[in-house]
Design a protein around this ligand. Sequence first.
Ligand code: ADP
Length: 453
Amino acid sequence: MTRRSATGHAKDMSAPTRSAWNHTLGRQALLLAIAMLAGLLGGHPWPALAVAALCLAGWHCWKLRGVLARLESHQRASRPTGAGAWDALERLLRRNQDGMRARNRRLVAMLHAYRAVAAALPDAVVVIERNSQRVQWFNAAATTLLGLEYPRDVEAPLGERLQGLRIAHWLAAGRNAEPLPDVPSPVAPDVRLNLRLIPYSEDLWLVVARDVTKLMRLEQVRRDFVANVSHELRTPLTVVHGYLDMLDPDEQPEWAPMLREMQRQSQRMTRLVEDLLTLSRLEAQEGVEDDAVAVAPMLAALRREAEALSQGRHRIVVEDLAALDLVGSARELHSAFSNLVSNAVRYTPTGGTVTIRFAREGDGAALAVEDTGQGIPAPHIPRLSERFYRVSTSRSRESGGTGLGLAIVKHVLNLHDARLGISSEVGRGSIFSCHFGAARVRPRAALPSGAEP
Ligand code: ADP
């Protein structure tokens, strides 16, 4: 049994270890045999064998103690000189230790390389502990962009340290925190930062701050340029438009087609300039009024606009189900809803239905404009609110579109902390819905008696 298991184990060994093992077994057997022989000669074979066995056991204990002591004190295993099993053990320990040291050296070198990369990044990188939001590590750019200092700010709660940025709430949102696109640097307020929160492990989060000053400046230049050009175009256009309006095509039949086309195009340009100016104004706006916006009269106005635009070609349905009013800017909200209603009428063939529905949604409310029109193929939907993005340019132009309507809607909704939802099925119709949170609704005020909704 013992022999079988010994050979079994021996099979798992490499050739040098097996030979060391055999070497030790052979020597022990030889020693015991010599002791037995000497004992026989002296007339006391068993005591001699027992003494020899005890000496062997003592030697093994001494060897074992040496190995344990070295391992415990993290000493390097001794360089083996003999050919026995203990030497084989020391050799194997030494090989493992060497392998581990080489691996550690490689890991440390890699860690240094990664740290050097993170430290050299032009973006500020701060590692914080998830629960306490205490700073664990940061790179050099975090000093220049966020004003963090070594070693003062290690273990400091980041929210408190950057109190001026008011990011405590944002940090608390964790995985759901949307990037903050434009935040002034606490070190230099004219430096603009884009902040992102990246939860990269269970316990550690990364806060990355990128200097977007140049980008913001370019964006401002673009905004100013569009606003100025639109503004400059407005006056000459009004003059041209005014004179064209004075010319009656019916009075000059030979010029009639040209005059009509010129009038149509000048109207289009006027609408375009007006929309561009509206967008510029919305972009420059930081927030909106907190006025109470009566929804019932607004829905009535939207119905009238839809009917005027449709000229009886569509069925217009208004469903006012919420008994709530909105909080915000009546002018901007009306312009946004009006764009949605105008789109629904323009992109729905004759005989279709346009439904304007205002209903409760959780603690807030949603205004949805539903049509039974041509619908929009799914790949286009995410891009619809980009400026001048159209599914069909010719269709948009024919129906008097500027390509800016949904961009205006999105800006207005952003200013009201609301969201634009779009769902559509080709051939069946579309639903454009504006979702308002609890802070943007209030119970409906009673209309003054005699007032028409
Ligand atoms: P436009 O002035 O061209 O209508 P918008 O920004 O209002 O510009 O809309 C962008 C595009 O979205 C439109 O060109 C059209 O292709 C599509 N669209 C908007 N509303 C609808 C709708 N109700 N049904 C189908 N397509 C729509």
